[in-house]
Every structure is written in structure tokens, then in C-alpha cells.
Design a protein around this ligand. Sequence first.
Ligand code: XMP
Length: 513
Amino acid sequence: MDRKNEPILILDFGGQYSQLIARRVRECHVYCELKPYTMTAEEIQAGGYLGIIFTGGPNSTYEENAPKCDPKLFTLGIPVLGICYGAQLMAQMLGGKVVKGDTKEFGKTEMECNTSSLIFHAAKSKSVCWMSHTDRIEKIPYGFKVTALSENCPVVAMEDIKRRFFAVQFHPEVQHTEEGMLFLRNYLYNACGCTAVWQMDSFVDDTVQELKKKIGKKKVLCALSGGVDSSVAAVLVHKAVGQQLTCIFVDHGLLRKDEGDQVESVFRKQFDMNLIRVNAQERFLTRLAGVTEPEQKRKIIGEEFIRVFEEESAKLGKIDYLCQGTIYPDVVESGTGEAAVIKSHHNVGGLPKDIGFAGIIEPLRDLFKDEVRQAGLVLGLPDYLVYRQPFPGPGLAIRIMGEITPERVAVLQQADAIMREEFINNGLDKCVDQYFAVLTDVKSVGVMGDGRTYENTIALRAVTTDDFMTADWARVPYDVLEKISNRIVNEVGHINRVVYDITSKPPATVEWE
Ligand code: XMP
């Protein structure tokens, strides 16, 4: 059975939770695609979708240039679920009326629903939902009936069961909506007739078969970073074509302590892959000598990475395909705003598309990060690699303020290893999303034994976050911080002070450079 049959379409009206809706649908084992709201009814029909979900969005439906879907979409006979802006849009486009509300409704709200409604089947009649709106549906369209209300909102949900159109003013996809997943499952299984065929083990089996067919006898090259995306992509391709795959792992010398050896051991020993490890520490450090400006560091590392990769792949003769660990959030470009360049992330550790291969293989381009992890587990990758915290392409270079020297890299690697060890010992690695040490360029006076010291400062950074766009500093217990501080000052040379970063993002960023 094609794992992608029974697809659901999510039409994106620019809501901040659009990707979250898609992830939730996938959690219900239903394949879905997130597409711009401009998709035509013809395109939708051609896609064979079993259901359509409208996301929220920042606009008001009655504004002149408010985004609207193709009205013919409502004549296709496909069940539609409108969420927040999507609910209001459905109301307005089908003949109802949306107005600006007198009060904003934001946050947790108690709603009361009619449990004979299809969406609220088996739900509690009163439960908490998450609201975030000012506009409200004043008049529901012909054929609809109200199925839920709250104290301040007379139309929290409505449905036209004949046409299978449903609308909810709240966000079923966010955790604070107590029964949100039940509502989504009701829509997917009972309204659209989906049957939960999207499973990770079948994804892996099907993808391996597809890759076999596509690659045939040809050769594939993969740039392995040790991160979860490129690792899972490489293992999938390896499972399909074995020794026709060659992986190049560029060790730029700015990895965490022992990381290069770990990556080598997993892929060479456990998977018996054709792996080329390029020990390019000296080359990178030479290019970085004397460079202190963060963007300059990123640029140098990005360029050098591509150069090393090109040189190594040239030695291999003709290679047909390049395998990349592109994942679904990289593919869907929702939102059209011009964001300011804070840091030039995406050029570092990545390869340009026109690097001279006949084709690109991206086996993970349909998957969200949590699905990539599940696929990794199905493929037998070790837990520590599958759940590895994110690590930036330029590595420790952007965690060393000021000049990068082999000695300073070694100091940071030791301090960082101590922090990671203590986080794991205290179970904090399970609840903190990213944590690492930074070598600052601040020197300060200290006293050790009877003598004065004038040494470096290590900063500890630990954050919790859902998407790394915003982040909060983690409330790490004082005794854990104390232990890390003591160990770093005692075990690592040239450090006499340890500080903890208590800034959220924004205004700070996760990394220091
Ligand atoms: P910032 O510092 O922008 O970091 O708040 C957000 C997330 O992105 C990671 N990061 C990078 N990842 N190349 C990467 O692959 C980069 O140049 C880069 N810079 C930051 C950072 O570790 C955090 O997870």
C-alpha cells in the first residue's frame, strides 16, 4: 500500500502554528502536505486529498486583501476543517458574517460542546481550549449549526454535516487544548475516512525500495556531519544500495570532544559504510587564524567545507547522485516576509545545489524532525545519535569568542564535555533542548591556593524551546550548576570563572556568535 495514500491537504494562511498542525496530523498516522492557500481547486482535485485543513493566519477576513482560498474548493466534495482564521474564512466565503469582536480572547478558555457533533464525538462536554483571536463569526452560513460556545464567544465551533464542513475558532493543535488530538482524530478518521497508514517502519521499507529503483547501479555521495538528518539519510541510502554509497565526513577540528571518533565508529563499524573521514583540522584552523568576527568565521568555514568536499569527491571519479538530509520544514517555505539576516546559518556546513551531480537524492524531504528521529530508530541508529542536540555547522568556532587557536579549542572541548556529562548524570539532557559551554574573551582576576590568577571565563548556556526561533533559559538546579563550575575550574586549565547565561531568545540568540 502506498504510504502516501489518504493524504490530507493543509492550506497555509500564514498562521504561526501551520507546521504544528501538520505535525499533529502526522502523529495521527496520516500523511499530509502543507501548501500555500493560493493552490487552485484543480490542483487540489488532482492531489487526491481526503480532507483539507485551513490554518490560522494574522489577517482579518473582511480586509480587502485578506488571503482567500479558491472558492471552487468548496464544491469538490472534500471535507474541510477550518481553524481560527480558517474557520472565519469558511464562514465568510460560504455566506456568513465575520466581525471584529469587542474583546480579545487569548489563552486558555473553557468551551462547551455538543458531543453529538462528529468532531466532538466521545469528548467531554466542557473542556479547556486555546484561543487566540479578536474577530468572531457573527452569523453562521446557511446549512451550518453551532456545535460549541464559550462565555465570550457564541460560535466556538460550527459544522455542516451534510457537506462535511467543520470550523473551530480555537487551536486544536496546541497542547493547551485539552482534547485537541481527539478532535483532530475525529476529523481525520470519521469525517475524511483516513485509516492511519502513515507508519515509520513502512516509510523506511517503501523508501528503501524507491531508492533502489531510482539509483539502480549508479553511485551516490553523501556529506555526513554526524547530525541526525544526514545520518538517517545516509543509512537509508546505504540500506538501499550498500557500497554504491560513499560518505564523506569532514572533520574541521571544531567538533565536540571525541565526536569525530564516535561518528566514524558508528558508520564504519556498525553500518560498514564506505566512509572517508577527512581530518582537516589544521587546514581550517590555519584559515581561521587571527579571525575574530563571527560572520567572517562562518563564511570561512562554509567556503572551506565546500572546497574540501569538492577535492575529496573529485578523487572518487564519476559520482551520479548527491544525497542530502533536507527535511520537510526546509521544503515548505511558509510566510513570505523578508526576515532580517541575524546569522548566516544556512550556508554553513551545507552544499550548493549546483555542485555538479546529475541528481540530488533527498530521502527525508517529506519528514518532520520527530519523524526523522523515529526513522533513525527503526534503522537501528544509536539513541545518542538519534536524540543528539542540535550542533551548528561552524561548530565550536562560534562558541569561542575572539581568536580560535588549537589551545582554546581544547579548553572549550573539555569544559563542554564536563557540562554535558553532568547534564546526562542529572537527567537534564532529557528536558533541556540545547546546552553547551562558551569560551568567552573575558579575562578576570581570581585566587587559587594562595596565588592570584588572571584567566578566562566559561559561560554555560542551556535553553528550552520548541522550534529554536524563540527560547527560554533553562532553570537548571543550583547544585548541578555548582558541580559543573567546580569541575571546570578544577579539571580544565586556564579557567578561573564560570557564569550562567540567563537571557532568553529574543533578545539574545541561542549561540553567542
Ligand atoms: P541562534 O543562535 O540563531 O540558533 O539562536 C538557533 C539554532 O540554530 C543553530 N545554529 C546553527 N546551525 N549552522 C547550523 O547548522 C549555523 O551556522 C548555526 N548557527 C546557529 C543553533 O545551534 C541553535 O540550535
